[in-house]
Design a protein around this ligand. Sequence first.
Ligand SMILES: [Zn+2]
Length: 93
Amino acid sequence: MTKKVFLKNIMEDCVWELLDSILSQDPEVCNCEICRHDIVALALNELPPHYVVREKGAIYSKIRILENQYRTDIYQELTKALIAVKKAPRHRD
Ligand SMILES: [Zn+2]
């Protein structure tokens, strides 16, 4: 049986995980799906990607390690991205 194997940028998961704590610090920022994705995209473009080979269904622990290692950077980039999106959201209301 062939195992399903794929590439995954786990930095993306880390950024998504920390997004809500950044958003909760600023109740004025829009929390819609477009803005959330814009914030994550902007932050990810500034952060180093971290690709791993994953097998479907495998238990996965490296995210925590990466998250701790890059926590400060991720928060910094998320904060910058949040300010940018808040200033110029891509949608009107
Ligand atoms: Zn929005």
